[in-house]
Design a protein around this ligand. Sequence first.
Ligand SMILES: Cc1ncc(COP(=O)(O)O)c(C=O)c1O
Length: 388
Amino acid sequence: MYDFDRVIDRHGKNSAKWDERFIGKEDQELLPFWVADTDFPAPKAVQRALAECVEHNLYGYSLPPAGCAKAAADWQKRRHSFDARPEWAVFMAGIDSALAASIRAFTDPGDGVLIQTPIYAPFFEIPEKNGRHVLENPMRLVNGHYEPDFEDFEEKAKDAKLWMFCNPQNPTGRCFTKEELLRFAKICLENDVLIVSDEIHADIIFDGLKHIPIASLSPEICARTITCTSASKTFSVAGLAASVIFIADEKMRHQFEEEKDRCCNNTNLLGLVAMEAAYRDGDTYADELVDYLQDNRDFATDFIKQRLPGLRVLKPEATFLLWIDCSGLEIPAEKLEDFFRLAGILLSMGSGYREPTGQFVRLNFGCSRAVLEEGLSRISEAVLKKDF
Ligand SMILES: Cc1ncc(COP(=O)(O)O)c(C=O)c1O
């Protein structure tokens, strides 16, 4: 039904990815594979719901659409077997805001916040900017697969008040297993550590694997978890700034809402209208998107294996992000970004995720195949020319 192959020019449309133009050598515009949104148009149902709002042309102070919390909770039930209730929902402008509100509502300056590294930068930046003490639990890279270090996690949990969890994980593409989740949760319960679970990438899972919301494991775990969800990655609506946070425990929910009020973190009408439509009518789109992205992932990993022997790609189980080890190119870490810029593409550098070697990059493959192929070919040409 959806044609994800169609290349749509996003220039001049206020896209962070395409309009912050970066110019490489010989005035060539760099192809962007950094910011984590897709280049695909949103589902028709989203367009229709927004068009109805625009047709009415009144955007005054508004209430969340009556069916929005239910649509979001039903999506969780239908897609992820998580019995989330509409009354648990708190709407926020985005997941980053929810991470910040959680830190501020449930911890005090100096408290320990546990995270896995490498990780999406706000996981360490938000606690640090709020004067909290970040406890890093580095994941172990075993035979090309990132695995949790539970011994270290257990040790650090003793000093932590809150664990900020990213599942599926950005940037490694891990979709954590039930056994792993149970082990994490047990440690958190034993050490009275609150769980904030960022599940923004939950809908994009490959190879028939299943995303398991950690709160769905048991009522006891659910009562200690803040589950952060959003339609933004799956349905290409990140710019509409809306997310839904499920908090089962009433006292915790009020605490969180008080912090939201302190920051006046209001959502906007269009964001919630789009969210409701996406969650109510977006199943086919999500299914076709995952199929397309899985093919993109396989295309990119095969291309890299066959034509870029200096790169080692970690096949993601989830997300539209490829995490690539460039150490085989033997380029000093501080020159890696320049190498890709000279090749004509813009990636996210692994050092921004607290990856210690500085030899990793993240490539967003949420684009049409033709754009992906062009980007990979540019890297291949640069490697052949030994353009470094
Ligand atoms: C893991 C993760 N959390 C949160 C966000 C940002 O979410 P939002 O735009 O809703 O603040 C991103 C965006 O890349 C992300 O990858």
